[in-house]
Design a protein around this ligand. Structure first.
Ligand SMILES: NC(=O)c1ccc[n+]([C@@H]2O[C@H](COP(=O)([O-])OP(=O)(O)OC[C@H]3O[C@@H](n4cnc5c(N)ncnc54)[C@H](O)[C@@H]3O)[C@@H](O)[C@H]2O)c1
Length: 322
């Protein structure tokens, strides 16, 4: 299959390495208004793609089957929608969208057109985290009190320096994927406050998020883009769980490259391979993004709470399965 890779920033290298190793998808167009960024990627990986500044222009340059959407979060919905509207499969970086109605719109469009729509969920699928989830599920009974701290440093902050609420839109969605694996009851209410700490760096910011669940469980998250590597956590976060008669903690080494300490390929590579498997499986094309709608409901409510500075109800996710 032939792909247009849309968005040639920091994360694109990870995707290109994985797709080149997989070999089932050929990158025929690199799309980015920043031509230098696209050219640098082509040079680094010895690709000979066409180049374009927009997806619309890319469609005229080469036959394309699938769009890999690696744009900043606020571009995810329009880029993915445009791709699906043109009959193209979509593999997208997280978050799927910034709100639940947009996510449902993409899911319905993919279903109507028989197209794949899959979103990266590498932290929720990290093998170390999944072992922690299994230990929690087998050892403890809800309700749970869960805390997570994720403090990340970035060599190149990219879009985050100008993104409104960068931690909530870009980082917290990982924790939403993760906590949904630990607490299966529906979330009911969320409170989110994100405070820029621009005195450290333009992208620096700290978000504090509290989520209540229908079974009485409570999740508190503290996420941040910080500057000093000495203070950072592992990008998977540091997790603590307590229930009656049960306590568990998962705090992977901050210096460890997430996923690489585990046996086998890192989680993002497994996620990309699973997406490409889904594209090539016989029978009707699946829409794996349906499984991520719960995380987008949390993100939607978190952004509403941050804007209103009050707790917000978490919208119920309608059953989108065919
Ligand atoms: N899953 C993960 O662990 C992980 C890690 C890092 C980033 N990401 C995600 O990857 C995405 C990109 O992050 P990044 O760090 O590469 O950002 P970045 O700022 O480094 O790069 C974004 C690129 O997109 C380009 N762009 C912006 N609008 C565009 C458009 N409409 N069409 C084409 N190109 C456009 C920009 O010019 C830039 O080159 C984000 O959604 C982010 O959340 C995921």
């Amino acid at each position: 299959m032939k792909a247009a890779l849309v968005g040639c920033g920091a994360i694109a290298s990870r995707w290109i390495r994985s797709l080149l190793a997989d070999r089932r998808i050929e990158i025929v167009v690199l799309v980015d208004p920043d031509h230098q960024a696209a050219q640098a990627l082509a040079d680094r990986y010895e690709l000979s793609p066409a180049f374009s500044a927009t997806l619309e222009d890319a469609l005229a340059l080469a036959p394309i089957d699938v769009v890999v959407n690696l744009t900043p979060p606020d571009h995810h919905y329009p880029v993915s929608r445009e791709a699906l509207s043109h009959g193209l499969h979509v593999l997208t970086e997280k978050p799927l969208t910034l709100n639940l109605p947009d996510a449902l719109d993409l899911v319905h469009l993919a279903q109507e057109r028989g197209l794949l729509l899959a979103v990266m969920q590498n932290r929720g699928a990290d093998p170390g985290f999944l072992a922690f989830r299994d230990m929690t599920r087998h050892g403890g009974l809800p309700p749970f009190t869960i805390t997570a701290d994720t403090l990340v440093t970035l060599p190149g902050p990219g879009f985050r320096s100008s993104q409104h609420l960068p931690v909530t839109t870009d980082l917290a969605v990982h924790a939403f994927d993760q906590v949904r694996a630990l607490i299966t009851a529906p979330p009911t209410e969320i409170a989110c406050i994100e405070t820029p700490t621009g005195f450290l760096a333009p992208h620096s910011s700290i978000a504090v998020i509290t989520v209540h669940f229908a079974d009485g469980s409570l999740f508190t998250y503290r996420g941040g883009y910080i500057v000093d590597p000495f203070l950072r956590t592992n990008a998977n976060g540091e997790w603590r769980v307590e229930a009656r008669g049960f306590a568990a903690r998962w705090a992977p080494d901050p210096a460890a490259n997430p996923g690489l300490a585990e046996a086998g390929p890192p989680a993002y590579q497994r996620c990309i391979a699973a997406m490409v498997d889904a594209l090539h499986q016989p029978g009707p094309v699946p829409v794996p993004a349906i499984d991520n709608l719960g995380s987008i409901a949390l993100l939607d409510a978190a952004l509403q709470s941050a804007a209103s500075r009050r707790p917000a109800p978490v919208p119920e996710v309608p059953d989108a399965r065919p």
